[in-house]
Design a protein around this ligand. Structure first.
Ligand code: AMP
Ligand code: MG
Length: 512
């Protein structure tokens, strides 16, 4: 299940290798196209990045740059700093801010890129199309009361966690660079400012479609649906009911995505509909974090007081978000409202089963099971229940199973000679004995499905604090550890330690 590789996303496939060759390369390797800007004008607004005082590259993802066909050497210097801070446009850029709406904590709001500017779509040598977006590049027509800027800490946090997710093989937007601006931003206090260069299969969101629907222009809505299908689900582009095809496709991808989050203990933190990508990538890393002790009620975000976006609520809230997508495309599903509603409900009705399928397949992988038996879900659930009661560390419990041999397993936090765990282990051993694969094969499957190393909160904080003081070595070390999360043999034991208090008191803040 887990792809142990760094290339999580496939980009969107509208651009073929032939396209890339037709668009001449420019200095730096930029081959920017602008398919989104060819959509109706209600969906975007032209806007230029605002220059900053003293651009300086703080992080640069050379490997990703190469995948994009960019000149990783040239861009690692002053030219890159100027481009990634928004002071200089790359050749062929046509900057714009996208319009969208969002249900924020359940309430509909008209939004748009308030501090993000799309430079264009890079056509990669492999023939994929990638949005190149500057986050924190200054005010846009959608900034409302915001300053259009971002602080260094949160942008580095997005860089670290998105790259960790990519290395885990989980669909995600990527981070190409973080440039410090040399200017302060005001977030209760003065913080150093920065711009993140985000790379995404696209920035189309549930809220993009909902925004078009709210404007009530069916031609615009239809164009957006066709464009999204073409860009992310080209095999369905000729469908007789494009809106239904899109809804089904997004339901399927989101079900798979949320299952991946749940399997690694990831809490997104702010699953508003503007933060749900139609491509099925994880997007908008704000108050996100990985859970330490297993508890479905885990919340890190300081503003999520009622746990709407708690770890255990993520599947349910994703289905709720998908219902907002269904509502938005309703007028296109069928001319008769009743029939349209029936089609939408049928599409949404698939979510629970798809989610359960992906989750159980992943759990089987984590338990080293190749075949299916009816009691497998119960086996996994009783382990989770034990973990919840004993406050066992989620990642390290599965990692201990991933390293367990027939002779036994390493210590599991909170275990001691816990009789319940001992009896669960016996049940698990019997289950393993009923499959034909060898112990070694099962062990490999477990290790490929349960990371040894995740982005532990205390290490992320340490890296960000050091970076703010000008010391990037802590972050460099962390990024290296996170780049091969399934490498049990190579993992540094220190990188596998849970936080000092089992992470219980950890809080993330939305002030980004
Ligand atoms: P988020 O909570 O990061 O998903 O952002 C929600 C909305 O607020 C989006 O439309 C953002 O563009 C906007 N936003 C967030 N921070 C700022 C800021 N500093 N300035 C302007 N707009 C912002
Ligand atoms: Mg957002």
């Amino acid at each position: 299940m887990a792809q142990n590789d760094f290339h999580a996303g496939a980009g969107s496939r509208e651009g073929s290798p032939a396209d890339a060759q037709r668009t001449p390369a420019t200095p730096g390797g930029w081959r920017l196209d602008h398919s989104y800007a060819r959509l109706p004008a209600g969906l975007w607004a032209e806007v230029l990045p605002s220059p900053v005082r003293a651009p300086q590259l703080v992080a640069f993802n050379q490997r990703l740059a190469l995948e994009l066909g960019l000149d990783a050497v040239a861009l690692a210097g002053a030219d890159g700093a100027a481009i990634f801070a928004g002071n200089q446009l790359p050749p062929g850029a046509q900057p714009l801010a996208q319009t969208y709406s969002g249900h924020q904590y359940g309430h509909f709001t008209t939004l748009g890129d308030g501090r993000a500017i799309l430079l264009g779509e890079q056509l990669s040598p492999a023939g994929a199309r990638w949005d190149i977006q500057l986050k924190g590049a200054g005010p846009t027509p959608y900034s409302r009361r915001g300053d259009g800027r971002a602080a260094l800490g949160p942008m580095l946090r997005e860089y670290i966690i998105s790259e960790a997710m990519a290395a885990l093989g989980i669909p995600t937007t990527r981070s190409l660079a973080v440039a410090a601006t040399g200017e302060p931003v005001w977030r209760n206090e003065a913080r150093p400012g920065a711009v993140l260069t985000r790379v995404a299969a696209s920035h189309l969101r549930v809220g993009t479609v909902a925004g078009a629907a709210a404007r009530g222009d069916l031609a615009e809505l239809g164009a957006l649906v066709d464009y999204t299908l073409q860009r992310h689900y080209p095999e369905k582009a000729g469908s007789p009911n494009p809106a239904l095809a899109l809804l089904n496709a997004v339901v399927a991808r989101q079900a798979a995505l949320v299952a991946r989050w749940m399997l690694v203990g990831f809490v997104h933190g702010v699953l508003n509909t503007d933060n749900v990508a139609l491509s099925g990538e994880t997007i908008d890393y704000g108050p996100c974090a990985f859970m330490d002790a297993y508890d479905p009620a885990t919340v890190f975000s300081s503003i999520d007081r009622h746990g709407r976006y708690a770890y255990g609520n993520q599947p349910k809230i994703t289905q709720w978000n998908l219902s907002r997508l269904a509502e938005a495309v309703l007028p296109l599903l069928h001319p008769e409202e009743e029939r349209a509603v029936a089609l939408a409900q049928a599409a949404l009705g698939e979510f629970a089963e798809l989610y359960q399928h992906h989750w159980l397949a992943g759990m089987r992988g984590k338990l080293g099971l190749f075949n299916a038996e009816p009691e497998d879900a119960a086996l996994a659930e009783s382990l989770l229940l034990w973990m919840q009661t004993t406050k066992a560390d989620y990642t390290n419990t599965f990692a201990a199973l991933a390293e367990a041999t027939a002779a036994g397993c390493g210590p599991i936090t909170g275990a001691g000679d816990d009789a319940e765990l001992t009896s669960w282990m016996a049940r698990w051993r019997q289950r393993l004995a009923r499959q034909e694969q060898t112990e070694a094969e099962s062990l490999r499957l477990r290790q490929a499905n349960s990371p040894a190393v995740i982005a532990r909160n205390h290490r992320v904080e340490a890296a960000l604090n050091a970076a703010e003081r000008g010391d990037l070595s802590v972050m460099t070390r962390l990024l290296a550890d996170l780049s091969s999360p399934y490498d049990y043999a190579g993992a540094d034991p220190a990188a596998r330690e849970p936080g000092p208090q089992g992470g219980e008191a950890y809080r993330t803040f939305c002030g980004t």
